[in-house]
Design a protein around this ligand. Structure first.
Ligand code: FAD
Length: 498
């Protein structure tokens, strides 16, 4: 039996994984000791503000009530990503809500470029509701449920802080210390870690959540990173927080804005009291000063007083996520640039998979490690292909960055054949083998049709089911986003005063 799990690192990866493991072990009646060690000196990455709908299942699994989460992580709802200028002057949405229905599936299959209609508007109610800033749920819905699929925008630092108190109250042991040394046996297993406070900590399983440093799996066990830089050119970000006292937008949006820029793209995320913005760019084509100047120009003169942060990253993954008795989660394992908010999803997936495999690891360690490594590699490659799609089908050729990002050799191999097919026909379910994919046919359709990639095959207009009644009903029944948030803030402050 796995008696002790040591989680190294207290960012989103560390605290989500520790809480998932703790919740699963408690539910299974297993007395597994979960110990988390985090540095008091090394800050967390502090970004990671947009999520995908699985986050609801994860938080529920952990046991954190939704209202508590929304308040403590300063979260807002996210129902889609709005892509601007990925083809010059055009805009389209990637919403969370195309439900598989035979009639809509047939119409979606017949869709092709050149019919003059916007795919997202006809197949997703959320795209239209986003224009009216409607929340995906009302306060009457049970927690983590709504009328439509939804995710959140959140403050990553506040989420980790809340998960820290929540987890410690439920028995997760905690040390604030730097791991100064990792002791590895001649067989390649981690025997213990030593902290700068002189403690020697042992465990049956070590979970490396030390961020890009990857001090256990990367440094101590020497597992190299495989770079995806050939397919995802961006490797830097400059970010800024824009408090509403400095600049208040007209509305707190229910969507992430992803706007293509000269050498990458820019995110814009609305939280309860501030926006998070960031320019993700390629250092081959832009230097840090120019990127910061560009971000300030996009934002306007009010950004002059605001601090900018510069972050370096590589899109890539350790060649093995798990070696011996050490598994890496989060940035310590890998990273895919944040265009589709997959960072926290990868952590959720890994945390759940490890929780469900703890017993397997005790009984059949080699098979467990091999199997886990295979599913993580598949997952990274699946997401890599989907991110790559956004760039390679763009019609932008206006800058050296866009010419490089759309070049023939920047296309992921796995995508190449399908792209050739999709030139002539819309995607079908057979183009996406494998159960439980993060990005399957629905998501691909929104990107491919949103960017007018698929040539029309069916003459005339496809027989599109009318979703207007659904949209009207939702507008009538659901509150505006800001009204929902105001109610939430009122009930949080009355709970505090009570
Ligand atoms: P970190 O936050 O870096 O935490 C590392 C932890 O390890 C810290 O607690 C640190 O103190 C500790 N540590 C390090 N060394 C030691 C040591 N020697 N001893 C003890 N402790 C140590 N994801 C999304 O889902 N959505 C997004 O919108 C998104 N945007 C992103 C934008 C950018 C530019 C980047 C770079 C990432 C983004 N991500 C996003 C990814 C997301 O930020 C991360 O996946 C997530 O925050 C997890 O980080 P982490 O916990 O792995 O690492």
């Amino acid at each position: 039996m796995v008696q002790t799990v040591l989680v190294a690192g207290g960012g989103s990866a560390g605290w989500i994984t520790a809480n998932l493991l703790n919740a699963h072990c408690r539910r299974a009646g297993r007395p597994t000791r979960i110990l988390l060690v985090e540095s008091p000196d090394i800050p967390t990455i502090g970004v990671g503000e947009a999520t995908v709908p699985t986050i609801r299942r994860t938080l529920k699994d952990i046991g954190l009530p939704e209202q508590d989460f929304l308040t403590s992580a300063e979260a807002t709802f996210k129902t889609l990503i709005r892509f601007n200028d990925w083809n010059p002057g055009e805009s389209y949405d990637h919403p969370f809500d195309r439900r598989a229905r035979p009639q809509t599936d047939r119409a979606a299959g017949a869709w092709g470029a050149g019919n003059g209609l916007a795919f997202d508007r006809h197949f997703s109610a959320l795209t239209r509701l986003a224009d009216h800033n409607i929340a995906p749920k009302s306060p009457r819905h049970p927690q983590y449920q709504g009328s439509f699929p939804y995710a959140y925008h959140l403050d990553a630092i506040k989420l980790a802080a809340r998960l820290s108190t929540f987890g410690r109250e439920r028995g997760i042991e905690h040390r604030l210390a730097n791991i100064a040394r990792v002791n590895v046996s001649p067989e390649g297993l981690i025997g213990s870690v030593e902290t700068d406070q002189g403690e020697i900590l042992t465990a049956d399983l070590f979970v490396d959540c030390t961020g890009f440093r990857s001090i256990l799996l990367g440094d101590a066990l020497d597992v190299p990173l495989q770079s995806y830089a050939k397919y995802l050119l961006c490797d830097r970000a400059v970010t800024m927080r824009v408090p509403y006292e400095v600049y208040r937008p007209d509305r707190i949006l229910t969507y992430t804005k992803a706007t293509a820029r000269e050498s990458g793209w820019q995110w814009d995320i609305n939280l309860q009291s501030r926006r998070g913005i960031g320019y993700v760019y390629s250092s081959q084509f832009l230097d840090a000063d120019a990127a910061e100047t560009a971000l300030r120009q996009f934002e306007g003169p009010h950004s002059e007083s605001l601090e900018a942060r510069h972050i370096r990253f590589t899109s890539g993954k350790r060649v093995h996520s798990w070696r011996g008795n050490c598994v890496a989660v989060g940035l310590a394992d890998g990273f895919l640039e944040p265009l589709e908010s997959s960072g926290l999803y990868l952590i959720e997936f890994a945390g759940l998979a490890i929780a469900s495999m703890l017993e397997d690891f005790a009984t059949a360690p080699h098979a467990t490690v091999r199997y886990y490594n295979r599913i993580m590699t598949d997952l990274y490659e699946e997401i890599l292909g989907f991110l790559n799609l956004h760039y390679v089908i763009s019609t932008r050729r206006d800058t050296p960055f866009w010419r490089a990002a759309t070049a023939e050799d920047a296309i992921v191999d796995d995508l190449r054949d399908r792209l050739e097919l999709w030139r002539h026909r819309a995607p079908t379910q057979f183009d996406f083998p494998g159960a439980d994919r993060l990005f399957a046919r629905d998501s691909y359709e929104f990107i491919l049709h949103g960017m007018n990639y698929v040539a029309g095959l069916v003459p005339g207009k496809p027989d599109i089911p009318d979703i207007s009644p659904l949209v009207d009903k939702a507008r009538h029944e659901l509150p505006e986003h800001e009204a929902f948030l105001a109610l939430l803030q009122r009930s949080a402050s009355s709970a505090q005063t009570a």
